[in-house]
Design a protein around this ligand. Structure first.
Ligand SMILES: [Fe+2]
Ligand SMILES: [Fe+2]
Length: 388
């Protein structure tokens, strides 16, 4: 019997004695996924026998060979997590478990005081940005459940998507915790997108992309466009950029606790973008016709940027240390970075695009951050964090 704690490397050991009637013989340089099972059997009986007879369970079930697993359109052996074929997905799943956090552990009292100190521009920027993030996370959970997960047939990749869905619910919990702690008008926050065309336009565009994602037999190119949009643009550009106005306030000790909540969310989102990048790359390798052309990626980025420009003009009023020009340059930097991540040329020159000077520090906080004081490690439950 395999143990979930077994390192995957152990499962992929080279062939050992003991063959099996259902086993496919591994070719040169190939690892037979069943070898691990035999190896375990051999280890537990060390000193008793070197060649083990087949076990009853082995005789009944056809193994889920790695080669039978597919990201899309694979067999229905979706319970066979091991042998793991898509290691990056398993790693993403494990990282999301290690990074578990509870928004309610962050006390919001300090922000109640801070809220009174905001001037009109800060107040407008804070509320509109916060409301957009709130709606975006709720929308994303639905997309992942109804669209992305539905079509994935490799179980370890499905687990990573489910773990992402769970993290998105924690983000919604975080926003709700902020709303309740600071006595915000819930309707005003959750329904702002209905009143503001510039915010609504982004969600309408997102919804159109979701339709492309849905359905098991939907158009493959549309599905890929949807994946690219959701991971590289929605999360990789829009989300990442929209944290920034509130981060800039946090750096001035305004709305610090909300800023801390958003730092945790941003850490999760970094993982989501990294997972999405791996998923898309793996799909391109496995299904070459799924590849998106550079011209298409550029077109999508330009469309997203147009929506972002209009949105930013409405939401971002000049405040100390932040304005629309800084925001615009940072968004262009994110656009370029996402394109480079996917092997495409950037669309903005170095003169046009620039990361905010504190960006990396802001999303890469670790133990040095004076956060929770001694509690930080409690939220890294299984080992070291890794960062995009
Ligand atoms: Fe999220
Ligand atoms: Fe996310």
């Amino acid at each position: 019997m395999l143990n979930w704690d077994d390192p995957i490397e152990n499962i992929k050991q080279t062939n050992v004695s003991g063959t099996h009637m259902n086993s496919r013989q591994a070719g040169p340089g190939e690892v037979n996924p069943r070898d691990g099972i035999h190896k375990r059997t051999e280890e537990t009986t060390a000193g008793q026998a070197t060649t083990m007879p087949p076990q009853a369970a082995d005789l009944e079930a056809e193994p889920a060979l790695e080669s039978e697993k597919r990201l899309l359109g694979g067999s229905d052996l979706t319970a066979n997590i091991a042998p793991i074929k898509y290691r990056w997905a398993w790693d993403a799943y494990m990282m999301s478990q290690r990074n578990f956090w509870m928004p309610t552990e962050i006390g919001m009292g300090e922000d109640l005081m801070s809220l009174r100190e905001l001037n009109d521009n800060e107040r407008h920027t804070f509320f509109t940005t916060f409301a957009t993030l709130t709606t975006a996370d709720a929308l994303h959970q639905r997309n992942l459940a109804l669209a992305v997960y539905e079509r994935i047939t490799a179980p370890e990749v499905g687990m990573a998507v489910i773990a992402q869905m769970h993290q998105e619910t924690i983000h919604s919990m975080s926003y709700q915790h902020i709303i309740e702690s600071l006595n915000f008008d819930e309707d005003e926050i959750y329904l702002l997108y209905k009143k503001v065309p510039q915010i609504r336009a982004k969600f309408e565009y997102s919804n159109a992309m979701t339709r492309g994602l849905q359905g098991n037999n939907g158009n493959l190119q549309e599905y890929m466009r949807g994946l690219f949009f959701y991971y590289m643009i929605f999360e990789g550009v829009w989300f990442m950029a929209n944290f920034c106005p509130i981060f800039s306030m946090q750096r001035r000790r305004l709305m610090s606790r909300t800023g801390e909540q958003l730092q945790y969310i941003a850490r999760d989102e970094s993982g989501h973008v990294a997972f999405g990048r791996s998923l898309i790359w793996a799909l391109w390798q496995e299904v070459p016709e799924a590849r998106i052309e550079e011209s298409e990626a550029h077109r999508l980025m330009h469309e997203a940027m147009e929506l972002e420009e209009a949105y930013a003009e409405y939401t971002i009023k000049p405040i100390l240390g932040y304005d629309i020009e800084l925001h615009r340059r940072h968004v262009r930097y994110l656009v370029n970075r996402r394109l480079l991540d996917m092997g495409f040329n950037p669309i903005y020159s170095e003169d046009e695009a620039e990361s905010l000077p504190w960006w990396e520090e802001q999303i890469g906080f670790r133990k040095e951050k004076n956060f929770f004081e001694t509690r930080v490690t409690e939220y890294q439950t299984g080992g070291a964090l890794s960062w995009e």
